[in-house]
Design a protein around this ligand. Structure first.
Ligand code: SF4
Ligand code: SF4
Length: 119
């Protein structure tokens, strides 16, 4: 997932169809300290173990991101489109593409445009 965060003022709303594409492109998936604790608890793993096995320094070295697999996809992507931590996924994941996005995002994301009263 791209780290080129950009505030979005999109209208209309885009509804995720869970294609999994945003979990497959390389880049930082930021996790806050609180998210680290929440995800570790969800995985029933000590926080330190989670940090050691599932995170790395993000590109600008200001915090932690989820590790990428060698092919660039997120460590927690299972199969084509299943997030193993869906119930506690980071805010960055939940916010794309409506809260933030990046130039060219529409070419990669299959989300469906919905009118405000459908959103
Ligand atoms: S944490 Fe889940 S939703 Fe976020 S990039 Fe990884 S697999 Fe995708
Ligand atoms: S790329 Fe778009 S439609 Fe696909 S999983 Fe991510 S947000 Fe949902």
């Amino acid at each position: 997932m791209s780290s080129a965060l950009q505030e979005s003022s999109l209208s209309p709303h885009y509804q995720c169809v869970r294609c999994g594409n945003c979990c497959r492109w390389p880049g930082d998936v930021h996790v806050t300290e609180k998210e680290v604790e929440t995800i570790a608890a969800y995985l029933q793993m000590p926080v330190n173990e989670f940090i050691q096995t599932s995170t790395r320094l993000n590109a600008n070295r200001t915090g932690l991101s989820i590790i990428d697999k060698p092919n660039g996809e997120c460590l927690f992507l299972q199969g084509v489109n299943v997030c193993r931590i869906q119930a506690v996924k980071p805010v960055q994941c939940a916010g794309f593409p409506n809260v933030w996005n990046f130039p060219g995002w529409r070419e990669k994301c299959e989300a469906v445009e919905v009118t405000p009263d459908q959103a």
